[in-house]
Design a protein. Structure first.
Length: 176
């Protein structure tokens, strides 16, 4: 047996259900020896929702999962006939395995996605904001600098007719 990695196309949003369905079918058919791993690559994302910090898992490749398997007629049909799975990516009759370089890149992405939290940033230099919290509440200003790692912004606010830089947290502002 020669195990290789294959990209499997699933219904978008049903990657986890497709994975569970495939694992169940593998067990029912007693074909565990032909499959090693089934991955749905995800990363951790932190976003501000209504002023609250929310942590969630985001799929790196929505609509796809990665399967480490020995490809033969039986395993091909097992994967292809699983609910929520549309087939193999690329040529669905004779799927091409991922290259060693692609696998290494993917594994690195998965590892980084689990250990390094990404912050969803919807703010860009020049955007106009309204300050909703703190001593400058009610003022508006333009973003001069975005610091996503610290979750802070430098906003130019007009105070007494003069532009003044103010450092604010993401939760203290909203887009105009």
């Amino acid at each position: 047996m020669s195990m290789e990695w294959y990209v499997v196309h699933t219904y978008s949003g049903y990657e986890q259900k497709a994975r569970e369905g495939l694992l169940s079918r593998i067990q029912q058919q007693m074909m565990e020896a032909y499959f090693a791993e089934i991955l749905v690559p995800t990363e951790t994302v932190v976003a501000m929702v209504k002023g609250q910090r929310k942590t969630s898992q985001r799929k790196i490749y929505p609509g796809y999962m990665i399967v480490h398997m020995d490809l033969n007629d039986k395993t091909w049909h097992l994967v292809k006939d699983t609910p929520k799975i549309m087939g193999f990516a690329g040529n669905s009759k004779t799927p091409k395995p991922m290259s060693e370089r692609e696998v290494k890149t993917l594994m690195k992405q998965i590892e980084e996605g689990a250990s390094k939290v990404k912050t969803k940033v919807d703010y860009f230099e020049g955007d106009l904001l309204k300050i909703i919290d703190g001593p400058f509440s009610g003022f508006t200003g333009a973003i001069e600098e975005v610091k996503p790692d610290k979750r802070k912004l430098r906003v130019m606010v007009s105070i007494f007719g003069r532009s003044t830089p103010v450092e604010l947290e993401f939760s203290q502002v909203e887009k105009v």
